[in-house]
Ligand binder design. Structure first.
Ligand code: FAD
Length: 398
């Protein structure tokens, strides 16, 4: 009997958990292949730290062959170009793969909302290489300041577009690091300007207002200036133009206004909203018995508020468990599970030993939230590779 080909696209939270679960559950009964651009897996939720320079990028990634048993799964390092649904094929930069079951976990790309200049003049890639680039760029601007005859203020101005989780976590780390950067590059602290610009009427929209106030007060005490209710009209070579007509000059603009699903989704002809496919309750793409879409590429409506769940690692991991179980059921004739997210809480770090969060019905501030954040980071490593991976790569929660 021919073993089915299962192809998993993307080695992020969704792809890696699917891969570990499938290799455990049906490793010898199927030909399982994982495709990823890089030969390493990175934890996207940690990337604000290397981007600000508070953590080595090496701590946020691990070789794929150190986590997966390559006797049970084939790894292909390549870039996905397109999914040919009718032919049940995936086109890669260097070849093609045929599948019986496909899992799409290609993650997300920056949402620009049509603002011109983002791709040209802002940093918008939340990847290991993207984080390295932001860190090196900021350090170079600081180094350049004292050597340039005009000592232009914009060299020391950083704008973060978007006061959602990513923007807040990044500015939290950076504001903690600025005193060290100033000491290192002989720059007076008051010369450094940090802005967070948000189009919505509040920072961290949808989050508990008391926690939002705590975060904003803390960040303001570290010198961050918020411009709320203030859409950006254009990003240029020299800074940003705001809808209210103002301009702010800055040499560093970090884009964090949210994401859309991988462009491969639309390129492959799936019906999608902002690159995300509204999946069936069993996580398959509508009209496709053999294609599962998980993580940031999947759109799932929270019926209680009739709005999509935000794309999170938490949901990607939970989807992966259900997806693996449903593929096994398709192979063995079992019944398919319906996916229901189990939102355990949300915690955002604010740099140093500070964070905010809601876990269950409890609000957390400061060091207790920071402890919880590190436990969440470690929990993922536990789910991926057991206690050994936590000991090897985990964070010290104290
Ligand atoms: P990803 O984890 O992004 O993985 C996608 C994978 O696909 C990557 O390995 C990528 O290299 C690969 N890939 C992409 N395109 C191709 C291609 N064409 N060919 C081959 N490979 C490809 N979520 C939380 O739940 N909690 C948090 O605290 C949190 N904090 C965050 C902080 C930051 C700074 C950021 C940026 C995001 C944060 N998120 C958080 C969101 C979370 O990271 C995402 O929701 C999660 O990574 C989605 O998982 P995924 O498996 O869909 O995709």
């Amino acid at each position: 009997l021919k073993k089915p080909n299962i192809v998993i696209l993307g080695a992020g939270y969704g792809g890696m958990i699917t891969a570990t679960r499938l290799t455990k559950q049906i490793g010898h009964d199927a030909n399982i292949t994982l495709v990823n651009k890089h030969d390493y897996h990175y934890q996207t939720t940690w990337l604000h730290e290397p981007a600000a320079g508070t953590l080595s990028p090496e701590r946020t990634r691990m070789p794929i062959n150190s986590v997966l048993d390559l006797n049970k799964i084939k790894f292909v390092k390549d870039e996905v170009q397109e999914i040919k649904r009718e032919e049940k094929k995936v086109v890669l930069s260097n070849g093609e793969l045929e599948y019986d079951y496909l899992v799409v976990g290609l993650g997300s790309e920056a949402e620009t909302f049509g603002v011109p200049g983002v791709h040209e003049h802002a940093f918008s890639k939340w990847t290991v290489n993207g984080a390295r680039e932001v860190k090196e760029h900021i350090e170079y601007m600081f180094a350049k300041y004292n050597n340039s005859p005009e000592k232009k203020d914009e060299l020391l101005t950083v704008i973060v577009a978007g006061a959602g989780f990513t923007g807040i976590e990044f500015i939290g780390e950076l504001s903690e690091r600025v005193p060290e950067l100033c000491a290192h590059y002989d720059i007076p602290r008051e010369k450094v300007k940090l802005y967070v610009i948000e189009a919505a009427p509040t920072a961290l929209p949808g989050f508990d207002p008391e926690l939002v106030e705590y975060a904003m007060n803390l960040l303001e005490s570290r010198g961050v200036e918020f411009k709320i209710n203030c859409p950006i009209k254009e990003v240029t070579e020299t800074g940003v133009s705001l809808a209210n007509g103002d301009e702010i000059k800055a040499s560093t603009i970090v884009w964090a206004t949210g994401v859309r699903g991988s462009s491969i989704i639309e390129k492959s002809g799936f019906e999608a909203m902002r690159g995300r496919v509204k999946v069936e309750p069993d996580l398959r793409a509508p009209g496709h018995e053999d294609i599962f879409i998980i993580g940031d590429c999947a759109l799932l409506i929270n019926e209680e508020i009739n709005r999509p769940y935000p794309p999170t690692a938490q949901i990607a991991m939970q989807m992966a468990e259900v997806c693996a179980s449903n593929i096994k059921s398709l192979m063995t004739g079992g019944s398919l599970k319906t996916f229901t997210p189990d939102i355990k809480g949300t915690v955002a770090s604010l740099g140093g030993k500070e964070a905010i969060g809601v876990v269950g019905s409890r609000k957390l501030f400061g060091t207790s939230a920071n402890f919880m954040k590190k436990m969440i980071d470690n929990r993922y490593l536990f789910l991926l590779g057991g206690p050994g991976l936590v000991l090897k790569r985990g964070k010290n929660p104290m």
